[in-house]
Design a protein around this ligand. Sequence first.
Ligand code: ADP
Ligand code: MG
Ligand code: MG
Length: 906
Amino acid sequence: MNVSLLVPFAHGERGMTDLLGGKGANLAEMTRLGLPVPPGFTLTTEACRRYLKDGHRPPGLDDQVRKALTDLERSTGRAFGEGDRPLLVSVRSGAKFSMPGMMETVLDVGLTDALVERMVLRQDPRFVWDCYRRLVEMYGRTVLGVPSTSIDAVRAGVLAEQGVSATAELDVAGLRSLVAAHRRALVATTGLDLPQDPWEQLTSSIDAVFSSWNSIRAQVYRRHEGISGDLGTAVTVMQMVYGNSGPHSGSGVCFSRNPATGDPEPYGDYLPEAQGEDVVSGSQATLSLAHMAGREPGAHHELLSHISTLEKHYRDLCDVEFTVQDGTLYVLQTRVGKRSPAAAFVIAADMAEEGLVSEDEALVRVGGRQLELLLHDTFEVPGGARPLMTGLPASPGAGVGSIVFDPHTAVARRAAGDDVVLVRTETSAEDLDGILASVAVVTARGGLASHAAVVARGFGRTCVTGVAGLVVDELAGQAVTAAGDVLRTGDVVSVDGTTGTVYAGSLAVRPGPVAGGLMTVEDASDPEGPGNGADQRVLAAVRRILQHADQRATVKVRTNAETADEAAAARAAGATGIGLCRTEHMLLGSRRALVENVILGIGAQDALARMEQLAVQEFTGLLRVMDGLPVVVRLLDPPLHEFLPDPEGLAVAVALLEGAGKPVSDVLRTRLDATRRWRESNPMLGLRGVRLLTVHPELVDVHVRALVTAAHQLDAAGGNPRPEIMVPLVSDVAELVSARSRIVEVAVATVLALGSDLPTPPVGVMIELPRAALCADDLATVAEFFSFGTNDLTQTTWGMSRDDAETGFLSTYLSDGILPKDPFTTLDPRGVGELIRIAVERGRRTRPDLELGACGEQAGDPDSIAFFVDCGLDYVSCSPPRVPVARLEVGRAAVLAEGTSLSDTR
Ligand code: ADP
Ligand code: MG
Ligand code: MG
């Protein structure tokens, strides 16, 4: 196949980014549109790939470059390497995907000693020498590989010698000595000088730009962004225009809308008497567009007209690089502009409103990750703020509070009205009260799926885990950071869960611009609502797009919730029911003893009665909040080791009493014996879920009775409760048959006893073991619905305990690239996903109207939701803070799956 090696601007167009890179393709497109683009041509990525493979420019390329250069000379009326107004060119990198600042560009190529001497006769010598100075610097760095720091040092030396502070203040003599100093340094460090043959300058610049594709920083950037290393970069060669040629010249960048706020006004920076790289380098203070209008009204007017043409043409936010040469405007680059998450929503919604894009396009242009960032508070971090320590961003948000080192103190301080930050080595189930009482949690150990991280995300608490080097002495009430800072109880810190950074002292919190508006019931009497005007605009944009997402969605969004407050927040955020209520979460903290007493058989009857009473209360709250919507209650599934006391601890207590000759109570002995009997060597695979319910069916009874009772009371009061019951950790249909008959028996008895006319709740099964997925056809003979518990299904499919993996080898797997993603965060489509597909197919074969849902963390993960939509599930169920994110993603997935002509969406 004969792929082009070189394409003039006039022959390209925007669709050719594979071959011309983004920069080259868009320069060609702007040329086609008639915008004032200096003429040029692009060496293709194919030429680059062949250069990198063979180690030299492909045969025939030089001839094509000479020919294109001749055409360029003809169209510009200037000669390359000749005359007093010679043609100079820029040699620019540009890959298919934008890699800002990762590769190289050389400006003012083609200038030599001889040409400089001729040019100064006809043009401003300061301008000529400034161009030469720029060429020597850029060529030295890019082609000869001299480090920027050395070049900066040489420049600084000459500036000092000349007694000025910037190159702009150098006179001709000063610029001459700067050029001379640079060249002496080049020769001293590399043995090479700036070539005095323009053609050699050009070809070696092209080679350098090709090679910059494989620079270390470009490789690192690509790995981070998931860009393939095989693509190569294109090289654009174009006529130079000069922003440094006098008072009516300058360079700048301009966006068609504000990229930070989304405001529909052009936004830009302009720097008079400068070439383009001065603008981006940030070395000088730039002027606003309004100031530019004052200096260059004609060019300014034209710029706004072009940026508007481009926006309409690309139907998206565009940015341009431009240069003004003696009052005349040139456009040097355009692309679809990067934007903040808030701007992404505002721009998408505005463009849909303006009719520039369809509602579908607006929807797919934003994403759940961006929405997540808008939902959480952030800090306004002042310049001087010093990070105390940094860990993993485990649960986003901004929490300020005083440090406590144990959960009891956290609860007590909270009760006294303090905001507290819980700092622990790691957390366990016993710490739940303390976590809930804290605004933020920081742990020295643990990964993104450690206990602290999972609980904090579920309950919307800010959390940073895995703080390397942090040593927490919980007993002494102090901790020492890697940097040696000592933290004591009561010290105030600011925890940024979005970045993983913890700061000393109290930083100002900027509320998430849409959190309040989306997570609370809309108050029609308050048109302003929470937040300022800008936040209101973002909120309105998010609402508009979410509304369209709901219209397009084929999959519903429910929530995982155990308290009426969480359920209410989730319903306000758009949840259409509860997909998972983890009964054991109602029995945490001080209520853990109830589970222990039932299992150990100590005061079991009282414990059961109390459990039932509590459950009626909690279920009533949930069913009331979710009136008219389904509420799936999963029967008790306590990890035994988290609910039973540690036998070692009890044994020590007994030994101490015995050693002191004191009596040991019967209860203590019974507890010790029972705990030893129940101790499991592998709790993750032990007596859990339906297995425990089979051994202790009285645990089924209390919750079924409680749920039916709560539903009956609400129904009698005129409500519309819709409870459902789910059986956990089933692997065989026989387990389910047995559990279901107990459930139905108790439900029927309760209904009869209450004189209720409610139907008994539907019974379904949680699919969280590979065997359950494979036997889904059997399970569906009994189960009325399935819910995929993807957390445990991932653990059991991979045969990996999440805590052990996250705190141990998984980080090595991820950093070595053995696994691309943490399967506990983003669903593994190949293995776990395959089991889900099998279960969906087999389950529906048995029972075509089988209702299917997914719960677990991946069900709220933006990168996993499309998979669940593709499987044809009826709903995903996620933690309340993620409900809007999931709504957005199920809508996007539906639109993207349709794959209609969504032109140019990224
Ligand atoms: P980057 O990809 O890092 O932005 P560019 O290739 O866009 O690198 O070029 C760097 C700077 O040089 C930009 O500001 C650009 O506008 C400017 N520039 C590039 N080519 C020319 C040219 N022919 N005339 C004037 N300025 C140019
Ligand atoms: Mg650029
Ligand atoms: Mg489970």
